[in-house]
Ligand binder design. Structure first.
Ligand code: BGC
Length: 739
């Protein structure tokens, strides 16, 4: 039976749909056949809460598999992996009766200190966008909608509900909106979550520019915009700007405000109707049949397998890893027995099962001794703990030290990049006596490796790997899995080197994104700042070669990169191919290189494969703020294959025709722009030289310094300099000729 249009219901009834029914679901409208749909957190699991009111992880939630969080998935550089996480979370969500998962989080890691970096993929928008889109696709194949968050410029926790991210538009478009744009245009998520913060003074949830003009009109988003929890200040303004659903709810006061605004003619009823229809469409996700409970052992095994490809091997001197068969091991560090596998806050998953690295290592067949080495809760005597660890490290061939961070959580930023001092001391003390030392890091974000990096033989960045992290780490240490992760964020030598250092997290309610587009590696590479490990870096137990690179410009300023990748080592592996574009074309400052394509290919030992990667027009473009459009500047572009953002292994330069049409001139355009214009330039030249003698003409031509001086003068003002023989009418006439 055809259901009535919910927007045709009486105002009061339909408005009720625009705020939640409770903390985690929408209201139903029985008379229009609209069910209530459940929205829950994740996104690296399905966090269906048992108690109603709480979104920061205080109340327990139903058990569900904790898959690797975004910090790990980002390091996989593998969209297929991200899709499988999405699909598995979708299956569990369905089993729990959840229609919308609040994620993925695709905010850019502007500062390594952001407290929610473990929920985000990368400092690079392409990597974030491609992985986010894959997750959304995987999730939505299960009939569960994604709510991509937090839209936008939500890059810190300090003052997160009020701070204004002050960002210029080019930076917004190229860095902070780009991942969202990719996901919305490529993967059609059911929903987008508006961020808490302000952007250039205006609350993100009240920005018509952001939520309607850019999101809907430019990118074609057709889903529902949901507020962040408690993120609506002025409900009428938020609705007018494009927030369809306020969560949580119900909120009778705001419903009344909306009705008043409609009745007073302040808010068009058509806007209400559009939002009602979108929320009703979202609620259709409730209708998908609830699947049987998911078999948790299978998903645990999947979590282990997926996490393995997220681990980044940072250092491996003397081929310390993989562990040689039967070597005597000292496993040290509290994190070995009690792993940190996820962060805190709204994404906290009630894991179905947790693998301990220590137990998993014990199954590998090595003689193993264990000492905690430190505690993170302040109990125990640090000296005694350290001495015990040093004692067991003395008698073995390899010491594996598990260190990391506790307490990384939504709601607060970190104050520095350091590991706790007692852990650093432990690493140094152990490495002084052990023949070989391996450090395994469990952190949701980058930590400083200084002060101990050179003392150890191997470093494994295990991030937060989800509930199977113990088994995963054992797989990597033993060589059952060949590590294939690469850094999704740079590891600087000092926090002070990070481009956001001077402005993060802002002051007096504002955080100025003064570094512009020079975020992360874009900054380090452009200014030539050495980092400990660059974006894109990651070792393997095998080696790869790249050759036979070619780039074909395919017309329309797109290109295809072709290359041959070979596994030159003696074990199978997964190789990440990173394509960067370097250019100085155009009238804006370009980063020295930017990631523009990537892929991950599995290669057996000795296997060679030809790989093709398309480069779209956007790969070469910058956002032209004056013209309000993406521009490919005519000129030279060097396509580079990087082992990381800092090391190019092959490159080729191509020339692009680019956009030859120019920004329209006006009387306020600079004289330099007038001269550069293909039609106006010669006409203006002619007008200026009218009546000049040959000698004067030659003088003018010779005097190029003067030309540079006048180039920046607006045409309107230039006319008034003594001796300029051109009037406003003349310029207007030339302007006509350019149209
Ligand atoms: C977070 C969101 C989350 C929501 C619901 C907010 O505090 O910013 O990411 O989805 O709570 O728990």
């Amino acid at each position: 039976m055809q259901q009535p249009d919910p927007a045709a219901l009486p105002l009061e009834r339909k408005v009720s749909l625009l705020s939640g029914g409770d903390f985690w679901s929408t209201q139903s409208l029985d008379e229009a056949g609209v069910p209530a749909v459940v929205l829950t957190d994740g996104p690296h699991g399905a966090r269906r809460q048992q108690a109603a009111a709480d979104h920061l992880g205080f109340h327990a939630s139903e058990p569900s598999t904790c898959f690797p969080p975004a910090v790990a998935v980002g390091s996989s550089w593998d969209p297929e992996l991200a899709a499988r996480v999405g699909e598995a979370v979708g299956r569990e969500a369905r089993a729990l009766g959840v229609g919308v998962i609040l994620g993925p989080g695709v905010n850019i890691k502007r500062s390594p200190l952001c407290g929610r970096n473990f929920e985000y993929y990368s400092e690079d928008p392409l990597l974030s966008g491609v992985l986010g889109a894959a997750f959304v696709r995987g999730l939505q194949t299960q009939g569960v909608g994604a709510a991509v968050k937090h839209f936008a410029a939500n890059n810190q926790e300090t003052d997160r509900m009020r701070v204004s991210a002050d960002v210029d538009e080019r930076t917004l478009r190229e860095i902070y909106l780009a991942a969202f744009e990719h996901i919305i245009t490529q993967a059609r998520p059911a929903s987008v979550m508006a961020a808490y913060n302000r952007i250039n003074g205006a609350p993100a949830s009240e920005s018509t520019w952001l939520l309607t003009q850019v999101l809907r009109e430019e990118w074609g988003f057709e889903g529902a915009v949901v507020s962040d929890w408690g993120g609506v200040g002025d409900r009428v303004a938020a609705l007018a700007a494009g927030v369809d659903l306020q969560m949580p709810g119900p909120d009778e006061a705001n419903d009344a405000a909306i009705m008043r605004a409609v009745r007073d003619g302040v808010l068009e009823e058509a806007l209400v109707d559009a939002s009602v229809r979108r929320v009703a469409a979202l609620a259709e996700l409730a209708a998908a049949p609830v699947v049987e409970r998911v078999e948790s052992a299978g998903h645990h095994a999947l979590a282990r397998k997926l996490a393995a490809d997220c681990v980044v091997l940072l250092k491996n001197d003397k081929s310390t890893l993989p562990l040689a068969e039967g070597v005597r091991l000292a496993v040290i560090g509290e994190f070995a027995a009690d792993p940190q596998f996820q962060g805190g806050g709204s994404s906290l998953i009630n894991a179905t099962h947790v693998d301990s690295p220590l137990e998993a290592i014990r199954t590998l067949g090595h003689p193993v001794t264990y000492a905690p080495g430190f505690t993170t809760d302040g109990t125990g005597d640090p000296k005694v703990l350290r001495e015990e660890a040093v004692r067991i490290a003395r008698g073995v061939e390899v010491a594996v030290v598990f260190v990391g961070l506790r307490g990384e959580s939504e709601g607060s930023d970190r104050a520095h990049l350091d590991l706790p001092a007692d852990q650093v001391e432990l690493v140094r003390a152990v490495s002084a006596v052990a023949p070989h030392t391996v450090v395994v890091l469990s952190t949701g974000g980058v930590v400083s490796l200084e002060g101990w990096h050179d003392d150890v033989d191997a470093i494994v960045a295990g991030w937060l790997l989800g509930q199977a992290s113990g088994g995963t780490l054992a797989d990597v240490l033993s060589g059952a899995v060949n590590p294939s992760g690469h850094l999704a964020e740079s590891i600087p030598l000092r926090l002070e080197d990070n481009p956001s250092y001077l402005t993060f997290p802002g002051e007096a309610g504002h955080v100025r994104y003064g570094e512009g587009v020079m975020v992360g590696y874009r900054h380090y590479e452009t200014v030539g700042r050495t980092v400990r490990y660059p974006f894109g870096y990651g070792l393997s137990y095998t080696t790869y070669r790249t050759d036979e690179m070619s780039v074909d410009v395919t017309g329309d300023d797109t290109a295809t990169v072709r290359l041959r990748a070979t596994n030159t080592g003696d074990r199978p592996g997964k190789h990440v191919i990173q394509v960067y574009v370097a250019t100085s074309a155009g009238r804006v400052r370009r980063p020295v290189r930017e990631l523009r394509a990537f892929t991950k290919v599995g290669l057996r030992s000795g296997e060679s494969r030809v790989v093709e990667l398309p480069l779209e027009r956007r790969s070469f473009a910058y956002y032209d703020v004056e013209g309000g459009r993406w521009v490919v500047a005519p000129g030279a572009y060097t396509v580079q294959i990087g082992e990381s953002a800092a090391r190019v292994v092959a490159e080729q330069t191509v020339t692009l025709t680019g956009d030859t049409d120019v920004t329209p001139l006006s009387l306020d355009s600079a004289i330099g722009d007038w001269f550069a214009h293909p039609v106006a330039g010669p006409l203006l030249q002619e007008a200026l030289m009218a009546g000049a003698t040959e000698e004067q003409r030659q003088q003018a031509e010779a005097n190029s310094d003067l030309m540079e001086m006048v180039a920046s003068i607006p045409a309107r003002q230039y006319l008034h300099f003594p001796g300029v023989p051109v009037s406003t009418d003349d310029l207007t006439e030339i302007l006509e000729a350019t149209r």
